[in-house]
Design a protein around this ligand. Structure first.
Ligand code: ASP
Length: 585
């Protein structure tokens, strides 16, 4: 037996027991003749003491020990003179009788502490060492609990967990596919799924009316901070449902997870907001509603006073930062620079301060105090507040106001990581028009059904059609999205037509689905949640990477196994692939 207990297990009750522990050496301290060793495993840390009177043999072994050595220790549990209440085993220590070095360790390239001295790249390269650190352990434990509780809830709701294939077919919609060459069918390729969307719909046709899967998805997109080329979805689908059934079922899942993972009770319904309102009041489709600070449109209120920036703007809008009237010149200049960064893209920031000594503004030259007060009244601003205004192209300006609102919310401490504000965003547009390619794209995906009230204009006025789609947003992060699907072959055909598919293309790409719809497809709908993101928000982190055991870096590389990598010429030959500029060919 390697161990009688784990390093997180021993308490005062174990006093006087002889125990055997195994683990990694976290730290060694010599104090006088005594040596203190922190022994660590997944479960915690236990302090070991080696007294000055031990045998020479034991002393020799202790001298050889170093950080991250794996050892097995036998000793007596005793009460500590000065307990350490920061660790679970802090009331006891082990007086060492025997130590066996199971495996030595090189000096780790960074410290295995809560705050490590290793940089990102280094820690990614030695991910197995990074994973020994407590914050990562806690993150993976949280992920496990979230996945486990998801299964428990969905199982209790009669969902079946069913696997769908990873080697599927490339489709032109959505993001770019990762492609896998087929050796047995040279010149032909599989694609890795961006989601199991079509398969889960086929399962509905097959009669498995409640499906879920915790499943890896692959998207070959340009990477952003919170994106990974492979990520995990909680993918779900239900038959014989309308939107309300889906929202209720998954609001139930969210509440179950809040309760069982975070011990937070949510009573009452989650708020719902239309896409139109989200864009109008928050400037984006995933509002962080932990705080108010809504955007107020001023386009019609401020034009015609010879201020060119406003007069020439398509859209003018502002936010009111409560209690910020005392912002200094320097702070305002800094905010002005902040909004001009390319990521925000504003031309500049106008402000109105409602100070105790009256109204002060960057646009005094063009507006009388009464006119400024009228703007403040429209925005519901009070004395002590600061109004920040952006103007320009509507899309860019609303996007800028969204970011500015989030930034001010952060500065004012409104975006507390332990506070949670869930939200359903509903009634998205069905299509997005792309000026470059001059065609419509499905905003969600091509299987999303139009809003029942908009069916009449589905073909005649696609730009105005709303989708029967919904997103689940938590603290300004899009955690999930789904829709009621088209289950009628004819409607699906029209959808493909609007998206610019010829009948032949549609048949080649999605014939299997349209054919299936000819054999009795039930009405159905579903949703998929990003597990990694859900974990990150629950854990109060901005980064999903910490919640993935072996993530890729920002350029999509696995630094540890050094992938992607070249493959041997024989492998290429076998696959029938010739690289255009392969130096070895
Ligand atoms: N498959 C969709 C996605 O990955 C989600 C859904 O509609 O269920 O975004």
């Amino acid at each position: 037996m390697y161990r009688t207990h784990t390093c997180g297990e021993l308490r005062l009750e174990n006093n006087d027991n002889t125990v055997t522990l195994a683990g990694w050496i976290q730290r060694i301290r010599n104090l006088g003749g005594m040596t203190f060793i922190d022994l660590r495993d997944r479960y915690g840390i236990t302090q070991l003491v080696v007294n000055e009177h031990v045998s020479d043999e034991l002393k020799t072994i202790v001298k050889k020990l170093g950080r991250e050595f794996v050892v097995q220790v036998q000793g007596l549990v005793v009460k500590r003179q000065s307990p350490n209440n920061k660790i679970l085993t802090g009331e006891i220590e082990i007086v060492v009788e025997k130590i066996k070095i199971i495996n030595a360790s090189e000096l780790p390239p960074f410290t295995i502490e809560d705050e490590s001295d290793g940089g990102d790249e280094l820690r990614m390269k030695y991910r197995y060492l990074d994973l020994r650190r407590n914050p990562l352990l806690k993150a993976l434990e949280l992920r496990h609990r979230l996945a486990h509780e998801t299964r428990r809830y969905l199982n209790s709701q009669s969902f079946l967990e069913i696997e769908t294939p990873y080697l599927i077919k490339s489709t032109p919609e959505g993001a770019r596919d990762f492609i896998v060459p087929s050796r047995m069918n040279q010149g032909q390729f599989y694609a890795l799924p961006q989601s199991p969307q079509t398969f889960k719909q086929l399962l509905m046709v097959a009669g498995y009316d409640r499906y879920f899967q915790i499943v890896r998805c692959f998207r070959d997109e340009d990477l952003r901070a919170d994106r990974q080329p492979e990520f995990t979805q909680i993918d779900c689908e239900m038959a014989f449902v309308e939107r309300e059934d889906v929202l209720q079922t998954f609001e139930g899942l969210a509440k179950h997870l809040f309760k069982n993972v975070l011990d937070i009770d949510f009573t009452g319904q989650f708020p719902r907001m239309s896409y139109t309102d989200a864009m109008k009041y928050y400037g984006c489709d995933k509002p962080d509603i932990r705080f108010d600070m809504r955007i107020c449109e001023l386009t019609e209120n401020v034009k015609g006073k010879n201020f060119v920036m406003f007069d020439s703007a398509e859209y003018i809008g502002g936010i009111c930062a409560e209690g910020c009237a005392e912002y200094t010149r320097k702070q305002l200049d800094e905010l002005n620079e902040w909004v001009k960064r390319p990521q925000i893209g504003a031309k500049g920031l106008a402000y109105i301060k409602l100070g105790t000594d009256g109204i002060k503004s960057s646009i005094d030259k063009f507006y009388t105090p009464d006119e400024l007060q009228a703007i403040a009244d429209k925005m519901g601003a009070r004395q002590g507040d600061l109004i920040l205004v952006l103007a320009g192209n509507k899309k860019i300006t609303l996007g800028g106001l969204c970011e500015l609102r989030l930034e001010m919310g952060k500065r004012l401490g409104y975006r507390n990581n332990t506070k949670f504000a869930p939200l359903w965003v509903v009634d998205f547009p069905l299509f997005e028009y792309d000026d470059e390619t001059k065609r419509f794209y499905a905003m969600h995906h091509p299987f999303t059904s139009p809003h029942v009230d908009d069916l009449a204009i589905f073909e005649s006025n696609p730009a105005e059609v709303r989708a029967n789609a919904y997103d689940f947003v938590l603290n300004g992060v899009e955690i999930g999205g789904g829709s009621i699907r088209i289950h009628d072959a004819q409607v699906q055909k029209t959808m493909f037509k609007i998206l610019g598919f010829t009948d032949e293309d549609a048949q080649i790409q999605f014939g299997f689905l349209m054919n299936a719809f000819k054999f009795g497809a039930p009405p159905h709908g579903g949703i998929a949640f990003g597990l990694d993101r859900w974990c990150a928000v629950f854990g109060g982190s901005d980064s999903i990477r910490d919640y993935i055991a072996f993530p890729k870096n920002n350029s999509g590389r696995d630094m540890m196994i050094d992938s992607p990598a070249a493959i041997k010429q024989e492998q290429l030959d076998e696959l029938g692939i010739r690289l255009i500029d392969n130096p070895k060919a």
